[in-house]
Design a protein around this ligand. Structure first.
Ligand code: UGA
Ligand code: MN
Length: 253
């Protein structure tokens, strides 16, 4: 089965290409994937168009802009508003619209552009019958969140917050069989759900907890880390200007 990897990507000059390059290098090592990359933008930027073309991966390039009132301002906490919601929905819609031409046996995985992926994860999730789950490190104010499993079933969760979440799991902690997703046209993300509820909102349409398929050795191995790339400080640019040194930031594209 092919793994369809849905990645929203926010245009940010500081870290976007670094994050995407790290992810692309990972994906170079994974067979039989399609990378669905959705820019948070009204159009497909030349920068990402070139990046994808040069990657020679099998990819789909889309764009969908976050509406103005949901854009996170620099004085707001990054978690104050949902991120990547409409972009992921755009990816889901593409799969629905192209369902005749894609591998209906395939699997769908929502992989943010800044996480760290062990390539062994992909072989774990490739044979997902309905919905598979595994641990994710560095989330939920813990070193990891993970399902607690017994005899191949999920019986509980290590989680420190959000007891009302039916699926206390990060976006990077599950994969869905494509046929199951396509069979539920209303299964999608929403900007209207409470903070931290995106994953539960989607999965509640599709499955119940006792049907989840634990991967990564009964959810005892870490194959994905919810890493964040630190924003760099750029105060030095002013000093270069004062020295009349022309500092061209376009070489970053
Ligand atoms: C955490 C979760 O891991 C995400 O899966 C979840 O969507 C997010 O919180 C949330 O609560 O909305 P976090 O690392 O805090 O993720 O968020 P980011 O990595 O900054 O953003 C998630 C994805 O959305 C990234 O691929 C990013 O490039 C993209 N994004 C971010 C946009 O497309 N637009 C934005 O304005 C911000
Ligand atoms: Mn992230």
């Amino acid at each position: 089965p092919i793994i369809y990897i849905i990645t929203p990507t926010n245009n940010r000059v500081e870290t976007q290409l670094a994050d995407l390059t790290r992810m692309r290098n990972t994906l170079w090592l994974v067979p039989k994937i399609v990378w669905i990359l959705i820019e948070d933008s009204t159009f497909k930027t030349p920068k990402i168009t070139k990046f994808l073309k040069e990657s020679q991966l099998s990819y789909v390039h889309l764009s969908e802009q976050t509406p103005d009132d949901l854009i996170i301002r620099s004085n707001e906490k990054t978690w104050s508003k949902p991120r990547g919601v409409l972009q992921r929905n755009k990816g889901i819609d593409w799969l629905r619209e192209n369902s005749k031409d894609i591998d209906s046996n395939g699997v769908i995985f929502f992989a943010d552009d800044d996480n760290t992926y062990d390539i062994r994860l992909f072989e774990e999730i490739r044979y997902t019958q309905k919905v598979s789950v595994w641990p994710v490190a560095f989330v939920g104010e813990l070193m990891y969140e993970r399902p607690i499993c017994k005899n191949g079933k999920v019986t509980g969760w290590f989680r420190s917050w959000g007891d009302s979440r039916p699926f206390p799991i990060d976006m990077a902690g599950f994969a869905i069989n494509l046929r199951l997703l396509l069979a539920h046209p209303s299964a999608r993300f929403s900007n209207l759900v409470q903070r931290g509820m995106q994953e539960s909102h989607l999965l509640s349409h599709l499955i119940s907890v006792n049907e989840l398929e634990p991967k990564a050795d009964n959810c005892t191995k870490i194959f994905v880390w919810h890493t964040n790339t630190r924003k760099i400080l750029r105060f030095g640019e002013k000093r270069l200007q004062q020295m009349n040194l022309k500092y061209d930031q376009y070489i970053l594209d």
